[in-house]
Design a binder for this molecule. Structure first.
Ligand SMILES: C[S@@+](CC[C@H](N)C(=O)[O-])C[C@H]1O[C@@H](n2cnc3c(N)ncnc32)[C@H](O)[C@@H]1O
Length: 187
């Protein structure tokens, strides 16, 4: 784990992003249920994904599948006040709960929004330097690659494998593979 990610994980308590009855389990390296059949992801998985994403202060970041708001808050800590984080969550109840959880960590530059049903990501505020996707796709979504800035990085599980996608200057991109993971589906 990089120092920056380790510091973010100390600063943003996972216990604040799980249901109250599960708070004493937040230190366990396991996914935890957050309602709607969804989970707050396993900490080691989140740390690995944030390591691949290599977020820098001041960047613009999109967090697809914000769920509890935990990853959005971690990203908010990593980009700092000069940066921007937009978390989008498909389930309206979770989006509201995730935004409420984030309110414990006042970071006006990071927010959780309900996803639009007919679009993937948040194209109106693209391009992004970094895109994190915490739900598994059947194939690499072109709609998200298009929201990436040239030189930007997208981290996404596709059919059980973690992909790191680096956007090129000419609308091209380069994909590298980073191990096997299980996730809820991207819908
Ligand atoms: C593993 S869970 C939540 C992880 C979350 N980052 C956290 O820290 O709690 C993944 C989330 O992705 C959401 N999701 C699935 N498809 C989505 C989509 N197309 N747009 C936005 N969110 C989506 C699910 O509803 C679920 O809450």
């Amino acid at each position: 784990m990089t120092d920056a990610v380790a510091q973010a994980m100390v600063a943003i308590a996972r216990a604040d992003f799980v249901p109250p009855e599960l708070r004493d389990q937040a230190k366990n390296d396991l996914p935890l249920p957050i309602g709607g059949g969804q989970t707050n992801s396993q900490p080691r998985t989140v740390a690995n994904m944030l390591g691949l994403l290599d977020v820098r202060p001041g960047q613009r970041v999109l967090d697809v599948g914000a769920g509890s708001g935990w990853t959005t808050a971690l990203l908010g800590h990593l980009v700092g006040p000069e940066g921007t984080v937009i978390g989008v969550e498909l389930l309206p109840g979770l989006a509201e709960w995730g935004a409420g959880n984030m309110a414990r960590y006042p970071m006006p530059w990071a927010r959780v929004l309900p996803a639009e049903a007919d679009q993937l990501g948040w194209p109106e505020e693209a391009p992004y330097d970094r895109i994190l996707v915490s739900a598994q796709a059947d194939e690499l979504p072109e709609a998200l690659v298009r929201q990436l800035r040239p030189g930007g990085v997208l981290v996404i599980p596709v059919r059980g494998t973690m992909l790191r996608v680096r956007g090129g200057d000419a609308g091209d991109h380069e994909v590298t593979l980073h191990g096997s993971y299980r996730f809820v589906p991207l819908r």
